[in-house]
Design a protein around this ligand. Structure first.
Ligand code: CP
Length: 328
């Protein structure tokens, strides 16, 4: 592949991304995912330079529409846009005219009327990014829609796994916890299976999706309710946050009992010497992960966050369709 810092976005786009938007990973091919990861690795080199900026998206305006709280995704998209020299506008629902009843469609169309090129959207409703593609001409990037998909999280997770464990094909990745409410799990399963990894999901029955076949084409995801089984032979344990805000009812007796049965503790790291621990954040310390595990050298949680900027640069770059030179 050509060097991202010395080619044009139209050349890179013509190499592989068949999609105009990034709504989810379900429809992205392994070639497209590999292209994004490879491009992200090149942008990581830019981020290691003293001046962490390229002119790739100069003249492109990106609006970040966040209707749900976010720390990592919102800041890393904004940083990615700034590193690419795009003009960025940040919108959060609180303090906007959404509080006066303005709809998503009207909000987006009014913002687009100010001449924007790309929209990054996080929304509580599954399908909101797809709906936006029908309302605006701008390129739409999903930054998390309800319990549906969080594709850039899955991409940064896959980049982090390859950094620490090598090529994804044949690796064993166990996703543990609140799979039912997790857009991270959904995108992760699509991406990991597409790239040839073996995926196990693990959690108490009420936190596993009732229609596993929808997440598991050909029954290719292994399911277990026992943490020990999930960790046996795993290269990566990806713990998920218990999403109290999406549950609306108690799906397990207490967080203390959850931690006892499904929390990853030091004893697990001692027993599984090569195991890497991941978490998309924010972590409930002492619930999904013992606090010492969060800070352990084999927890790669902050590496995931670092990779988020490069992955989002790659996604914006490959979808932008600009023909501006990527570097001077
Ligand atoms: N991983 C993730 O989506 O974190 P934020 O909610 O802070 O963006």
């Amino acid at each position: 592949m050509t060097d991202t810092t010395s080619t044009t976005t139209s050349e890179a786009g013509s190499q592989g991304l068949r999609h105009r938007h990034l709504l989810g990973l379900k429809t992205y091919s392994s070639d497209e995912i590999a292209l994004i990861l490879q491009t992200a690795r090149q942008f990581r080199d830019v981020l290691d330079r003293p001046i962490k900026r390229v002119p790739t998206l100069r003249g492109v305006t990106v609006v970040n529409l966040f209707f749900e709280p976010s720390t990592r995704t919102r800041i890393s998209f904004e940083l990615a846009e700034k590193r690419l020299s795009a003009d960025t506008v940040n919108f959060t629902a609180s303090g906007s005219s959404v509080s006066k009843g303005e709809t998503l469609k009207d909000t987006a169309q009014n913002i687009e009327a100010m001449k924007i090129d790309m929209v990054v959207v996080r929304h509580v409703s599954p399908g909101a990014p797809h709906f936006l593609t029908q309302c605006v001409d701008a390129v739409v990037v999903n930054a998390g829609d309800g319990a549906h998909e969080h594709p850039t999280q899955a991409l940064l997770d896959m980049l982090t796994i390859t950094d620490h464990c090598g090529p994804l094909e044949g690796l064993n990745v166990s996703i543990i916890g609140d799979i039912l409410h997790s857009r991270v799990a959904r995108s992760g399963i699509h991406g990991l299976l597409s790239m040839g990894a073996n995926v196990t999901i693990c959690g108490p029955n009420p936190l596993l999706p009732p229609h596993l076949e929808a997440m598991s084409p050909n029954g290719s995801v292994r399911v277990t309710h026992r943490l020990d089984e999930a960790l046996e032979g795993a290269d990566v344990a990806m713990a998920l946050r218990i999403q109290m805000e999406r549950q609306g009812r108690n799906l397990f007796p207490s967080t203390r009992e959850y931690h006892e049965q499904y929390g990853i503790k030091l004893e697990h790291l001692e027993r599984h010497k090569d195991l890497r621990v991941m978490h998309p954040g924010p972590v409930n310390r002492g619930v999904e992960l013992a606090s010492e595990v969060v800070d352990h050298e084999r927890a790669v949680i902050l590496n995931q966050v670092t990779n988020g900027v490069a992955v989002r640069m790659a996604v914006l770059y490959l979808l932008s369709g600009t023909t501006a030179p990527a570097s001077e």
